[in-house]
Design a protein around this ligand. Sequence first.
Ligand code: NDP
Ligand code: 8X3
Length: 253
Amino acid sequence: MIVFVTGVTAGFGLAIAGKFLAEGHKVVGTGRRQTSLDALKQKFDGAFHPLTFDVRDREAAQRAIESLPEPFREVDILVNNAGLALGLEPAWKADLAEWETMIDTNVKGVVICTRLLLPGMVERNRGHIVNLGSTAAEWPYPGGNVYGGTKAFVHQFSLNLRADLFGTAIRVTDIQPGLCGGTEFSVVRFRGDEARAAAMYEGTQPIMPEDIADTVLWAATRPAHVNINSIQMMPVSQTFGPLAVKRTTPPKA
Ligand code: NDP
Ligand code: 8X3
């Protein structure tokens, strides 16, 4: 199979690309960091094709996809993985430019790559779109605001794609992870503050990129008549809390 994975220069994307390559598939891997993509090309020459573009840039994405050489053209699986969270401030203090970056990357980026690759899948009546959502799509938390909103979009977009694809063999899956370590996610979210990022995982055993890669591979290798709509996954060290209730008086014991 030919697997197109956005954001392979770190974290989940790197693990997903590695997993599919190890299983003998060809991978088109994207990102903005040219040197990381070059290193992957050198390591997996012939099986890995790098594309350097920003998923927010529709024309750059189109140029990159149109440049794909013949052996990588007929993409079977698109993994919309590139994404980010920025900040954890309450809505009235958050940086509006950071909100726009999250919307442009997590929403527009997913929409652009999907729209560019879907016609080929429909033409071949073969394909699978796997989106990286988040538990934040369904479980709000303070400071999650726009990040959670973008992942709710990813979830609903995934379901709606399947509605459009009714009658075709093309599958769509939304993977919704909770607390995950071993990626750059929190360092990016806390704008390079490594100590604050590390504190997120202290004393926990979070989900790791390898767990996500296993899940993507599993969803993509179900029998052709099975569509996994969504998978929500959390580490055992994470679960749900009660709804917050602000009281003006302390509760009676
Ligand atoms: P990382 O920060 O480790 O990796 C993000 C990847 O996305 C990088 O390869 C980066 O490449 C790429 N990327 C980011 N912005 C852009 C852009 N504008 N254009 C192109 N590529 C971009 O994050 P994770 O691996 O942790 O996260 C991957 C996905 O999983 C995200 O969508 C995230 O929201 C989601 N997720 C993460 C969780 C977590 O706790 N880690 C939990 C739930 C979901 P480059 O910088 O080279 O462009
Ligand atoms: C990443 C998980 O809980 O930081 O999507 O939003 S969380």
